[in-house]
Each structure stands twice: as C-alpha cells, then as structure tokens.
Write a protein that binds this ligand. Structure first.
Ligand SMILES: [Zn+2]
Length: 399
C-alpha cells in the first residue's frame, strides 16, 4: 500500500517544479515522483488530492541549539537549570520544531550531551522530533565564545583531545569556534579565537573519523583561518570580504547565515530583557552581516538555511522565519526553498537521502496550502502546513 499525493504543485527542492504532479510514498521511502498518469494507483493506495496545494521536501534547519530556549537571556538561564530540566525542555523544543515542518536539524552545540540523548530518543521513537545531527559540545578556547557550555581547549593536542571526546560521546559532527560572538560577554564577534594550527588539528581529527566540521566564524581573519583549515561550513559569516568569498567558492564550503539571530535580538531589545551587551553587539554587526550574505549570494556561494534557534526570541518552531529573511537579502523564494532543502541536506552530508523529492530517498515531506513561491511567509502559518511526514510517518495530516 502506498500513500499517493496527486494533482499538486511539486517543488522538488533542486529548483524544479512539477505542475499537477504525483508523489507516492511506500514505507519509509519515496516510491514515485512525477507527472501525469505514469503512476498506477492501486485500490489499496491511500490517495490525497493536492489541487491548489504544494508539496515539498521536509524542511531542514542547519543550525539550531535545542538545549537553549529562546528566552531573553537564555545562556544565563541554561546555566541555572539542572540537566533534567534542560533535557525536558530540549525534548519539547524538538517536538515544536517538527510541528513547524522541519524534519531534520543540525544541532550546533548542546550542554552535557543532552543533544545526543534527544537525538537518540527521537531515533528510537521515544520522542517526537526532527532527525538530528549533533555536534555534542562546541569546542572553544578558554574564555572563548560559548565557553559557558562548550569544551574549552587550548593548543593543538588539547583540541585533538576535545574532538576525540565529542566523537566518543557520539557526535555526528564537530563544531570549532574560530571567532568571538554575540552571546558571550566581553568577547568581540570580529576577534580571532582558535589559531590556524588549532583549527587544522580539529578538522583533521574529525576527518579521520569521517565527520564533518562546522565553524562559528564571524570576523574575517577567523573565517579565513577556518577555510584554510578545511572546514565544511561557515556559520554566521558576518564579515565576509572578497578573498573569503573566493576561498569559500574554491573550497566548496557552505555558508549558513543565521539571519534570525541578530534580527530577533535587535527587534526585542533591552526592553524585553535581552542583555545590553547582546543588543549592542548585534546592532554593530547587522549591517555588515546582511551585506556579507548579499555579496555571497551574488557570488553564487551555496547558502543553507540555519536559524541559530534558541538565541533570544529566536524560538524553536518558528524556524521558517529565516526563509523570509533570506528573501529580504535577495534570494528568490525558490532559492530560499532550495537553501532549506537541497543545500541544507548537502551541508549535513545527507544529500543522497533527504533534501529533494526523488524516488528512493527518505519520505520526508510537507504539504502547504497555497503557493510558497508567491508568499514565502506561508511557512510561518501553522494552519497552512497541512501535512508533515518524516520517513514515511505522518506527524500531521489535515485534509
Ligand atoms: Zn549557534
């Protein structure tokens, strides 16, 4: 028995669209994606008429922090919570994320390996949430960005040890902090943190174990250090100059802009309880951040959707706001969708399994009421997301 969605607009995820297309799901996999009468519907099949609706691949957020709750001062709160408290909240964040239509996330820094436990809970069916790829603890220099819940490491040998610890704990990827950032007091986003040698050691240690590396990199020098070290993705990329963009293109690296992070902080401001240093730093980078993403987009840098969900007012379950912001900085709605599907799957190294609607891939999909190419904010309206399916299992089905 197959589940068949027919007569809808099919957005494949790679830029292509099929009008009046059919998507058939059997078990965990996509059995058919095409148009017309090529698909022989059998009597046993469950058929849904998608006239006026759009079907897309399950959406992917390439940068979240499920342990961090999106409250006005979330890091202070995180440090006050017990491990069980954070774990319960993270499980709830996972559910909210899936209910938004996000079927896969990459968690870019958890606390006490809670992210890994949530991932395993989802995989085993104990919890409901998106498929997760997790970094375990982010790795930073002593007092560097994220030290509050990351693994501090200094020097080449210690960075290797820190990477090995994350691998031993079961991390899917490794996150290395190349520069300062916004949420850590007294740390400048433009400043360089890990040295080139430390980054090379971290990347090499991950590569030996077949894992990818991502870097929190905002300042220009730190971005270049990470690129020279062979990193797979640049997170944030506030200060991208021409040389950095050239290197990104040459080395086939992805940029995950996380426009939502400074946007929500500035919008809420100190009035809503965001610490003043967080607001000030966000204001100081926002213009350059948006310019950097515009420049990267014009240069055809592969951009993947990532929100940094968990930072102030950047709430889990509201991830798809980022698609609207990507359109604001110049991506077309179709490009924003590709960033949230195909390109994001490639950042995760899962391009062969998810990210596009293609026969044989995992049946991760969403159905929305209307045409998101005409209105990218459609994704933010819960009532417009009619179906959410992950690996053939329906989490929402409204018809
Ligand atoms: Zn982050």
């Amino acid at each position: 028995m197959a589940v068949v969605f027919e007569k809808g607009t099919v957005i494949i995820g790679n830029g292509e669209v099929l009008e009046k297309g059919t998507v058939a799901v059997e078990g965990k996999l996509l059995k058919f994606v095409g148009t017309g009468k090529n698909y022989p519907v059998s009597k046993k099949d469950k058929v849904f008429d998608l006239s006026g609706k759009t079907i897309l691949p399950g959406l992917i957020d390439a940068h979240v922090h499920l342990c961090v709750d999106g409250s006005p001062d979330p890091i202070t709160l995180l440090l006050r919570e017990s491990i069980p408290q954070t774990t319960l909240k993270a499980a709830d964040h996972a559910r909210q994320t899936l209910e938004a239509g996000v079927t896969t996330v990459r968690d870019m820094g958890g606390k006490d390996y809670i992210d890994l436990a949530i991932r395993d809970g989802i995989e085993s069916g104990v919890l409901q949430g998106p498929r997760m790829l997790c970094s375990g603890k982010l790795i930073c220099m002593t007092g560097g960005h994220g030290w509050q819940f990351g693994r501090e490491a200094n020097g080449v040998d210690d960075v290797r040890a820190a990477v090995r610890e994350q691998l031993k704990a079961g991390a899917d990827l490794i996150k290395l902090m190349a520069t300062g950032g916004i949420m850590t007091k007294g740390v400048d986003p433009g400043s360089t943190q890990f040295t080139l040698e430390e980054l090379i050691a971290g990347v090499e240690e991950a590569r030996k174990a077949g894992r990818r590396t991502a870097t929190h990199a905002q300042g220009t020098e730190g971005i270049k250090n990470a690129l020279w070290a062979g990193i797979h993705s640049i997170e944030h990329g506030f200060f991208l100059d021409d040389e950095a963009i050239e290197l990104i293109l040459q080395m086939k690296v992805f940029v995950v802009p996380t426009l939502c992070a400074p946007y929500h902080i500035i919008r809420a401001g100190v009035q809503k309880g965001v610490p003043a240093f967080v607001v000030e730093k966000s204001k100081s980078v926002m213009k350059s951040h948006w310019e950097s993403v515009k420049k990267a987009h014009r240069a055809r840098v592969p951009i993947a959707m990532g929100t940094d969900a968990g930072t102030p007012f950047n709430r889990h379950g509201e991830n798809l706001k980022e698609m609207e912001l990507l359109v604001h900085v110049g991506l077309t709605p179709m490009e924003a969708i590709v960033a949230t599907t195909k390109t994001a799957s490639e950042v995760l190294g899962m391009g062969d399994k998810i990210g596009t609607l293609e026969k044989g891939k995992l049946a991760d999909l969403v159905v929305v009421d209307g045409d998101p190419l005409k209105d990218i904010t459609l994704f933010q309206k819960k009532e417009k997301i009619l179906t959410i399916m992950k690996e053939g299992q329906c989490y929402k089905c409204t018809f």
